[in-house]
Design a protein around this ligand. Structure first.
Ligand code: SF4
Ligand code: SF4
Length: 365
């Protein structure tokens, strides 16, 4: 079967585009990074216990959690020091809605003028919560659904959660949140359900479905049997490519991984560029400042703490290793794709072996 060409671009044009992006990364973005996405980990607590959780919610030391006042003070400083009209505040957890003062914080953020979005498991979004979310200015929301009912609940160790999650999505659609997206982590046990999920989610009425592969990080590293095989990766990417614009529900891949010339632009609307530390920073539940919440929390990757440091100072003067080529080593050192890939996503990098935990070379190209 002939592969769909969603982008309408041939290899030569794609390579030209990727070269332009690589030049932009080196000449503009790394020397002059611009904070466009600020992640706020509002709580480490979660009411689910996912087998793949990248941040190991529930297993971590939760002492020193930021208070409401500390978060609002930090947001005021961000407003003072950055152009928040060009920035998106992305609230995440744990499960954000578990935080008792969640709506007070988000109301304050809204009044300060932040455009904000949220990731959630959806289980706590009843009609009342959906209404309050709309009133506090929620613009974009991504809800996790990791399979059909049985697989989803097993993966998230959360019996009875599937219906609540779907109900939560419907409640968000009812109050007209402008962008409601489902995110699915694909792993060994749910890859056979992709077609059935596609039909289910279309019926729910969402317009966007983000499909991403499980990553060998966080809790998932202890569950090696969940990882996809080479054939399963290919199956997942072919699925996204085939379904991408087939209905009103757009199917898309996430920011993870350089995919090689053939697949780049066929499964997402942009070329690969890891935003960590060049467009993206994060404030963790305890105030630590990092590049992206999906990155392993090692001391050498924590850039400061919002309690003691000014985010603008940290953004302008730290983040050095996010803006250089220190990962051009091991198998990446002589890779001809390095110019486009730059050692792939930061979250996939193994800082012990100094090689990527997962790379699509040898799988997709
Ligand atoms: S570290 Fe991973 S999740 Fe974060 S911006 Fe980079 S590719 Fe995306
Ligand atoms: S070997 Fe490194 S540079 Fe080459 S494609 Fe893989 S991650 Fe990217």
């Amino acid at each position: 079967m002939k592969k769909k060409n969603n982008s309408g671009l041939n290899a030569e044009i794609k390579n030209n585009h990727m070269q332009q992006l690589a030049d932009y990364r080196e000449e503009t973005l790394r020397p002059h990074p611009e904070l466009r996405s600020l992640f706020l980990e509002i709580t480490p607590f979660c009411n689910e216990h996912c087998l793949h959780c990248g941040s190991r919610c529930g297993d971590i030391d939760v002492s020193g959690m930021l208070t409401k006042d500390e978060i609002i003070t930090a947001l005021k400083q961000v407003k003072r020091d950055f152009n928040i009209k060009r920035m998106r505040l992305c609230v995440t957890g744990g499960e954000p809605l578990l935080r008792p003062d969640f709506f007070e914080i988000m109301d304050a953020a809204n009044r300060l003028g932040f455009g904000w979005g949220m990731t959630s498991n959806g289980t706590l979004i009843d009609k009342e919560a959906a209404k309050k979310l709309a009133e506090t200015g929620l613009r974009t929301v991504s809800i996790s659904v990791d399979g059909l009912k049985e697989t989803h609940e097993w993966f998230r160790q959360s019996p009875g959660s599937y219906e609540k999650t779907i109900e939560g999505i419907k409640n968000l659609l009812e109050v007209n949140i402008s962008h409601v997206q489902i995110t699915t982590v694909v792993y060994h046990k749910n890859i056979g359900e992709l077609d059935a999920m596609y039909e289910e989610f279309k019926k729910v009425g969402v317009r966007s479905w983000r499909v991403i592969n499980i990553e060998p990080i966080g809790r998932a590293r202890e569950n090696a049997d969940l990882m996809l095989s080479k054939d399963e990766y290919i199956k997942m990417f072919d699925f996204i490519r085939d379904k991408r614009f087939e209905s009103k529900m757009e199917v898309t891949y996430g920011c993870s991984h350089y995919l090689g010339t053939d697949m780049e632009r066929e499964v997402r609307q942009w070329y690969f560029l890891c935003n960590a530390g060049v467009y993206t920073a994060s404030i963790m539940y305890n105030g630590d400042i990092g590049g992206c919440l999906d990155i392993e929390r090692r001391p050498e990757l924590i850039q400061g703490n919002i309690r003691t440091d000014n985010l603008k100072d940290v953004w302008e003067n730290k983040f050095v290793n996010f803006r250089n080529d220190f990962r051009k080593t091991g198998k990446c050192a002589d890779c001809p794709d390095y110019k486009f890939c730059a050692a792939d996503s930061f979250h996939t990098w193994n800082f012990d072996t100094m090689e990527p935990n997962l790379c699509m070379k040898g799988i997709l190209f």
